[in-house]
Design a protein. Sequence first.
Length: 381
Amino acid sequence: MEILVITWNYPPRQGGMEQLLASVCAGLSQNHRVSVITAYAENNFTAGQEVVYRPVSPGLARYLLFAVARGFSLLRDNRSIEVIFGGSVLVTPIVLLLARLLRRKAIVQAHGLDLIYRSAVYQFFIVRWLRHVDQVIANSHHTAQLARQKGVREQAIEVITPGVDCQRFQVAATADDLKRVWKLENRKIILFVGRLARRKGVKEFIERSLVHIVTKVPDMCFVIAGDNPTESLAHHDDVAGEIRQAIERSGLTDHVRWLGAVSDAKLVQLYVLCDVLVLPVLDLDSDVEGFGIVALEAAAAGKPVVATRCGGVPDAIEHGVTGLLIAPGDYGALSDTVVRILGDPAARTTMGEAGRRRASTEFAWTRIVQRYADVLVRSTG
C-alpha cells in the first residue's frame, strides 16, 4: 500500500506530536511506501520514508498552500496512493479536499489540543470538517471523547496510543553513576520533562507542592528539562519566565536545576538517574494533555510516575502499578505522594519494573505501528 502523509508537525521540530508522527512514518515504511509533505525537513531526515517534501520558506499559510498544490500533483500522477493521512486536525480540510477530488481515503490523527483550540475561525474552518473524514485516529480515550463531542461518528474513531522505544533507555551506567556525572550525588531527584506549556502545571507544582516536599525531603532536587514551546502555533506565553520567578519567590533556587532543552542522549541519562517523574498537568478548558509520552519514557527507563488524572494521561499510567494518579488541583495529595515515593525505594523499584514491562509490551512501536497499518489497510477495503 502507498500512503501520503500531510503534516505540519514533523522533525526537526521537537515535541511529542513530531516524535509520534516520525515514528509512525518510519514504522509504516518498513512494509509500505510512505510519502511525507511537511513544512520543512533537514536533508538528512529522510531515513525510513520514501519522500520528504518541504517548501523553501516555512510558514503555516505558505505550507498549507504548498501541501494542496504538491499533494494534488502527487496524487494525480500516482494512482497507487490509496490513503491520505493527516498528521493533526490542523490539516483536515486539505486531507479531505484532496481525498474527495482524487477519490482517496481520508484519515486524520487527533492529539487533543488540535480539537479544542479556542478560536471560532479555527473551529469553523478546520475542526468542523473532521466529521466527514473516513477515519480519525485518537491518541487516547480522552481525545476520542473530544472527537465525539465534535460530531465524529463512533465507528469512525480508533484509539491508538503513542509507542516508546525501550531500547533507547537501556544504558550501562547506573543512576548513582549518572548522578555523580551531573553533580547530583546524594540527592533525591524529581524530574519533569516537556515543553513548558501552561497546562503542564510546573509553576503551580513549584508554588504549591515543591515548597512542602522540600521540608520533608531536604536533599531533594527538582530537575526541569524543557523550555518554552517557541515553535508552537498555540502557546505563546513566557511560562519559563514565570517559573523562574516562582522558584526565586519560593526560595527554592538550591533545590531546582533548570536545564532548558537537552539533547536526546542527555535526556535518557536524566530518566535513568531520576527517582520519580512528575507530570502535574492542569485541568484547563482551553488546553489539554492529549496523552503524556514522557510517562511512557519514564516507564521504559524503569522509573515510576506521579501525575494528575487529566486528559489522556491515565492511558499512559496504570494507577498503583506503574505510577500514581492524583486528582487535579489536590496539591496536598500530590506533595504527600511524591514524598512517600521518594522515601520508599522498594515501591519505586516495583513500579519501575512494572512500567518497563508494560512499555515493552503494550506500547512497543512494532505493535503500535501494526495497529496504524491495520486501520489504513482496512480503510481501503
